[in-house]
Structures are given as structure tokens and as C-alpha cells.
Ligand binder design. Structure first.
Ligand code: G4P
Length: 191
């Protein structure tokens, strides 16, 4: 998506060969007009898939997922990152490890916010190794619902996330696909 790629070229900062900072418009300061456009694009892209709910993972996915849900006229569900397991049986949980941040959490979904008939669209800001999305797929599968498609703002195509999700049978649409990063250098797949 040209709008997002242009914005990354203008305001993104590649720190090294693996990390892109987008703090000034996506995940620290947020540009609401950009989020509106990204959410509208996702809504248009996924409009004919029979989606019943939009899911995201806290926290940086919330802004674009909210706009997507609003354009689609659907509820938004935010998967929580808990520090420990909840043992009361009211939740679906799975352990996720972030390689980028070196953290581990229990991805958590209250059972009352998903039905076996649901067709879920997952929206997230970054796709790197696919750990978070794979965790989301696990809790959705456990509920009996379907993860119908995955929408990503920024895919780091040189990492294994997309391959992993596609191999597992999921459709992935990324608005910006980055083929290479290095200090001060950002290359896109379509360049
Ligand atoms: P994965 O889910 O695709 O495997 O990604 P990974 O574990 O490697 O990274 C997880 C966290 O790191 C995510 O944030 C993701 O947004 C963030 N991340 C990954 N690559 C980059 C990058 O190049 N730049 C930036 N700025 N962030 C990156 P999170 O832990 O879910 O936190 P939150 O920001 O959503 O709260």
C-alpha cells in the first residue's frame, strides 16, 4: 500500500538489519488519519470473507484494528498479554515468546468473546517471526472458531513469519512488505 510505504520511507528509522522504528506515527505517537486510511484499506480488502469479528493483540495493533472493525461494522476483541497462567477455565491461553523483545507472555482470550461459528480477521502492526499471530491462531482454534485471514501493517519479509503462517494455511495481507533493513536503509519488496 503506497500510503504506508511512503510514510515509512519518510518517518521510519532503520536501527540495524532487523529493527525498524515507527514510534512517531504507529506505536508511540499515533497518526489517526493514517490509521483511518489503513483500517479502511483492510475493511475493503477483507469485505467479502464473511468475517464476524476483528481481533488484535495488545497494544500497538489496537488503533488499526479498531478502525478496521468500525469500517466493517463488527466488534473488536483485544487479546491480552498476561504475565501468568489463569487456572479458572474461563479463558483460552497459550504461551508466546517474542524474539524481538526477548519477552514471554500468556496470550489470553476470555471464552465469552468468541463462538465456534466466528470467522476472525486478525490485525497486527508487525509481522516478524509470526510468534504472536501463531499464538492467536492457537487460541482461536481451541475455541472452535476460524481464523479466516490476517492483516498486517508492516511485514518484515526477510523473517519467517509470512512463510510460517501461509504454511499453516492462513491468508496474509500486508500493507507494507520490507525486504531489507540496515542502519539508515529501508527496502521494500516491490522496489
Ligand atoms: P512475531 O510476533 O512476528 O514473532 O514478532 P516478534 O515476537 O519477533 O516481535 C514481537 C514484538 O516486537 C511485537 O510487539 C512487534 O510489534 C515488535 N516488533 C517486531 N519487529 C519490530 C520492528 O522491527 N520494529 C518495531 N518497532 N517493533 C517490532 P509487541 O511485543 O506485541 O508489543 P506491542 O508494541 O504491540 O505492545
Amino acid at each position: 500500500m503506497k500510503l504506508l510505504c511512503d510514510r515509512i520511507r519518510k518517518d521510519g528509522k532503520a536501527l540495524n538489519e532487523s529493527v525498524l522504528k515507527v514510534d512517531s506515527f504507529i506505536n508511540h505517537q499515533v497518526d489517526p488519519q493514517l490509521m483511518e486510511a489503513l483500517g479502511e484499506d483492510f475493511a475493503r480488502h477483507f469485505q467479502d470473507r464473511g468475517i464476524t469479528k476483528v481481533f488484535t493483540i495488545e497494544s500497538s495493533g489496537i488503533a488499526p484494528a479498531y478502525v478496521t472493525a468500525r469500517f466493517m461494522g463488527l466488534p473488536l476483541v483485544i487479546l491480552k498479554k498476561q504475565t501468568s497462567r489463569i487456572l479458572n477455565g474461563n479463558v483460552y491461553q497459550t504461551k508466546v515468546t517474542s524474539f524481538t523483545k526477548g519477552t514471554t507472555y500468556q496470550l489470553t482470550l476470555d471464552r465469552k468473546y468468541i463462538d465456534p461459528e466466528d470467522k476472525i480477521l486478525l490485525i497486527d502492526d508487525f509481522l516478524a517471526n509470526g510468534e504472536a499471530a501463531t499464538g492467536a491462531a492457537t487460541v482461536i482454534r481451541e475455541s472452535g472458531a476460524e481464523l479466516t485471514a490476517i492483516g498486517i501493517l508492516i511485514e518484515k519479509s526477510f523473517q519467517r513469519g509470512r512463510r510460517r503462517l501461509e504454511d499453516a494455511g492462513y491468508e496474509v495481507y500486508s500493507q507494507a512488505r520490507i525486504s531489507r533493513l540496515d542502519q539508515g536503509l529501508i527496502e521494500f519488496l516491490e522496489d
